[in-house]
Design a protein around this ligand. Structure first.
Ligand SMILES: [Zn+2]
Ligand SMILES: [Zn+2]
Length: 260
């Protein structure tokens, strides 16, 4: 792996929008009015809705990708398994996929990532279903520097972005991890933030938040460990050839908040 810092960032609340007329769109299928602001809340605030099955019994995951940057089937299957093993959705989890036309954009600001979501997202949460949006982009994050690359970012309560072209540059080469392994690790880590980890909406059941790296777990083997944000850390975490999993303490937090 290249000797650069890889950051899996978490962006909190800076894109919080107020409710207005613009928040209402018409559902193409049902003709009903949808309030999209439900899906434009702060990261972690829908942790219980995602984890529990009492009210929102279904989940729909919309995977969108820029042409040429579709994530691997293995990574999608790993993500499905991660969702179903952690969340209670008695009426199931459905995946839909859409391709977005190629643009030759080299870097995306978070505002541009949000603009893509606003333009292309088709599924929003309803009375019975919680909807998720995951976007895989070409180019890189505008926040990348010569020594630091961002792999993914959770920015709203049901949305995250994966910088797929950046992942391509860091996988499948000599001494680099397999692409699906890297993809799965970043996807699951970002989803972990939506599930409220760590101390981000799912209340701590034990003292395991890393105070030096807030909203991350102190356990080195945990999916939510901060070192997933450095090339060396990610290298260490992936050296066994397995996608990192949640440690017992993070699992306890999820169970206490309606998960399993
Ligand atoms: Zn993180
Ligand atoms: Zn943990």
């Amino acid at each position: 792996m290249k000797n650069i810092l890889l950051k899996v960032i978490l962006v909190c609340s800076i894109l919080f929008s107020c409710s207005s007329k613009e928040d209402e769109i018409i559902d193409n299928e049902t003709g009903n009015l949808i309030n999209v602001s439900t899906n434009r809340q702060v990261t972690g605030s829908s942790a219980n809705d995602l984890l529990s099955g009492g009210i929102l019994k279904k989940m729909i995951v919309e995977i969108a990708y820029i042409e040429g940057f579709k994530p691997s089937e293995t990574a999608i299957n790993n993500f499905k398994n991660f969702i179903t093993s952690r969340t209670n959705k008695p009426e199931g989890v459905t995946f839909i996929t859409q391709e977005i036309s190629f643009t030759d954009k080299e870097a995306y600001t978070l505002e541009e990532v949000v603009a893509l979501e606003k333009e292309h997202r088709t599924k929003y949460s309803s009375d019975t279903t919680i909807a998720l949006w995951v976007l895989f982009v070409n180019g890189k994050s505008s926040k990348d520097t010569s020594s630091s690359a961002i792999l993914g970012a959770a920015y709203w309560n049901t949305s995250f972005v994966i910088y797929e072209e950046t992942l391509h540059g860091l996988s499948n080469g000599a001494f680099e991890p397999e692409r699906s392994l890297l993809e799965s690790s970043v996807i699951n880590h970002e989803f972990g933030h939506l599930l409220g980890l760590t101390n981000l909406g799912s209340e701590l059941q034990s003292n395991h938040e890393d105070t030096e790296h807030p909203k991350h777990c102190i356990e080195e083997d945990c999916l939510m460990y901060w070192a997933a944000e450095t090339s060396q850390g990610i290298g260490n975490m992936l050296s066994g050839g397995q996608v990192p999993t949640l440690d017992a303490q993070c699992l306890e937090d999820l169970k206490a908040n309606g998960g399993k």
